[in-house]
Write a protein that binds this ligand. Structure first.
Ligand code: AHR
Length: 318
């Protein structure tokens, strides 16, 4: 009986592709475990789509996708599960910068290379990740501020909607923006708070800004388009004209931002491309061939003011 049970178990393991040692059989595919932050913004949804569709288009890639629903603990759990499953490559977009060192050490001890996409981590030992691909968030902050300067908005009261507290884009976009402000002392941030990169967060925090400062606000700087779009609703409900009474600059360049610009409600969006799928799997394939990767792969991006929105919207891919 014992023998029959053993044979049955072995047959089940063979069919499911798992060896008696608990490892995946080598079917020639590259297994990539990807831990996504969640679906907090249109940007994130486009990023997930880019990763999933690119994986589906490559027969040699098997993607294991996990949605962390904005929680760091879920990302850490997902990474541990990828390690236990013996994936070939782990990739993730860290929700916040700190707190990933221990799990990255575990991945390194298991010999699994880690690729960072979109956001960076803050760890002592930078050899814990192989490459970081994504935007230069500090430069995006500079571009937003430089656009205001180029339009002559240098003597203004600014309210700032920050992204998720502790996240790389929130920290860096603030840094870049403030760097330009230093050279333009007439630009003052009178209120700043996180709207967590969501439309509802942007609306709620903008309502509070308006209640406190009202007509005193000249400019809104939002760390992403979704928060700007939420804030536009708050400004209209307050009785002011977004894009006219309050000048708005935000980051991402998602379709919704172009629609708002065409309606005259948003003044400028700075591009941050979510289309990282092709780069990610190129990098995973290169790693499996033993190729060296650059430590940093920076995405090329532009700035779109309201005047060009109607001409550009049809060519946007997200
Ligand atoms: O990390 C990129 C940022 O995350 C995008 O700007 C924002 O929309 C997203 O949620």
């Amino acid at each position: 009986m014992k023998k029959v049970v053993m044979l049955l178990c072995m047959a089940v393991l063979l069919v499911s592709g798992i060896s008696a040692g608990g490892q995946q059989e080598d079917d020639g595919k590259i297994t990539v475990g990807f831990s996504q932050i969640g679906a907090e913004s249109a940007w994130r949804v486009a990023n997930t789509e880019s990763i999933q569709s690119e994986a589906a288009a490559r027969p040699n890639i098997e993607l294991k996708f996990a949605d962390a629903q904005q929680k760091q603990e879920n990302q850490i759990k997902a990474i541990r599960s990828f390690i236990a499953q013996g994936v070939d490559v782990i990739a993730f977009s860290p929700v916040v910068e700190t707190g990933f060192e221990a799990v990255l050490v575990e991945a390194s001890e298991a010999g699994i290379p880690v690729i960072l996409t979109d956001r960076a981590v803050d760890v002592q030992d930078e050899s814990l990740w192989v490459t970081f691909m994504g935007s230069d968030f500090v430069e995006e902050g500079r571009r937003a501020a430089n656009w205001l300067v180029s339009e002559g908005y240098t003597d203004v009261n600014i309210v700032e909607l920050q992204g998720t507290v502790g996240s790389a884009p929130a920290i860096d976009r603030k840094t870049g923006f403030e760097e330009v402000m230093k050279a333009n002392p007439g630009m003052k941030i009178i209120k700043t708070q996180s709207g967590d990169f969501t439309r509802s967060g942007g609306k709620e925090v903008m309502e509070a800004f308006l209640k406190a400062e009202g007509d005193n606000i000249d400019v809104l700087y939002a760390h992403n388009d979704d928060m700007a779009i939420g804030a536009i609703q708050a400004i209209e409900e307050y009785g002011l004209a977004p894009g006219k009474d309050i000048i708005i600059v935000s980051i991402d360049a998602v379709r919704g931002a172009f629609e708002a610009m065409i309606e005259g409600k948003l003044n400028c969006t700075v591009e941050c491309s979510p289309l990282l799928g092709p780069q990610l799997f190129d990098a995973a394939e290169a790693l499996m061939k033993g190729e060296e990767l650059p430590k940093r792969i920076v995405t090329n991006e532009g700035v779109f003011p309201q005047e060009v929105a109607a001409d550009v919207i049809d060519s946007r891919l997200y």
